[in-house]
Write a protein that binds this ligand. Structure first.
Ligand code: HEC
Length: 248
């Protein structure tokens, strides 16, 4: 076991040394829970490395799809709403809010035999709910083709990019779209287009920032997205979008 772990890290170290890494390199303090000040430490000189939280597999090259930042948010947002496939309701015994449960319906490198892939926009999400985009579905397929690993990444954002069209639209679509992407949206929070997102956020700035920062001033149910917080660099991008007056 230890030998295998060591071997894995050895390969990762090599691939980091020999591959150009395109990931953003800025490290950040954990996002403040109640205020809106973003603390950005100076860029560190070492290349950014995907980290390995407990149980995760580090992503060895920059083309690797990251489970935690790319795939899990889609399954949480489009399938794992309260009342559907979250851990509490688990309709049809299906849970899509963590890696182990998602793997119940995924066969690595075999997307056509992966139920939790083939059913997307083919019955699920149910008609009337926001459907995934072809880009989102293609990303899930790519992840399955790459082995459906529990890859974990942290520095996945270009935090100098924070316009709506350049970054925020995709973040909101991937992380919030399943629940807030079709009118009226969960709790009447609709974030599905630029004007609506800007209007909602500017009118509810503190609540919005507290929600995405998983602030302890909110109830657990108000922390967004449910089940798993976004990586810090995406929160930073949203905070910069707000601080800079919602550039489109
Ligand atoms: C799986 C479904 C789901 C996803 C994904 C989701 N939300 Fe929500 N959201 C809800 C529900 C349900 C509520 C109502 C929570 C409550 O107060 O009980 C809510 C409430 C909110 C509220 C209002 C909180 C309040 O108390 O008024 C905000 C703001 C919000 N969401 C933002 C977001 C953002 C931003 C994202 C993405 C980063 C997101 N949500 C992702 C389901 C979701």
């Amino acid at each position: 076991m230890h030998k295998k772990l060591f071997h894995t890290f050895y390969i990762i170290a090599l691939s980091i040394i020999f591959s150009a890494c395109h990931h953003d390199n800025i490290s950040i303090n954990s996002a403040a829970s109640t205020d809106t000040v973003v603390v950005v430490k100076p860029p560190v000189s070492t290349p950014s490395t995907p980290t390995t939280p407990a149980g995760g597999t580090p992503a060895p090259v920059s083309d690797t799809v990251c489970f935690n930042t790319d795939i899990l948010p889609l399954y949480v947002s489009y399938c794992g709403s309260a009342g559907c496939h979250d851990a509490t309701t688990h309709k049809g015994s299906v849970i899509t809010t963590d890696y182990a449960h998602i793997m119940n319906g995924i066969r690595a490198k075999n997307s056509s035999n992966s139920n939790y892939y083939t059913i997307i926009n083919n019955g699920m999400p149910p008609r009337g709910n926001t459907q995934m985009t072809t880009t989102q579905i293609a990303l899930i397929k790519k992840w399955i083709d790459q082995g459906a690993l529990n890859t974990q990444c942290t520095n996945v954002c270009d935090t100098t990019s924070f316009t709506y069209n350049g970054a925020i639209q995709t973040i909101l679509s991937n992380n919030c779209g399943g629940c807030h992407g079709t009118m009226p949206g969960s709790l009447n929070v609709y974030l599905g287009d630029y004007a609506s997102a800007k209007a909602y956020v500017s009118a509810n700035k503190v609540l919005f920032l507290n929600a995405i920062n998983y602030s302890s001033t909110l109830t657990a149910a108000q922390r967004m997205p449910p089940s798993a917080q976004m990586v810090n660099c995406k929160i930073i991008q949203i905070q910069k979008w707000i601080q800079n007056g919602y550039p489109q």
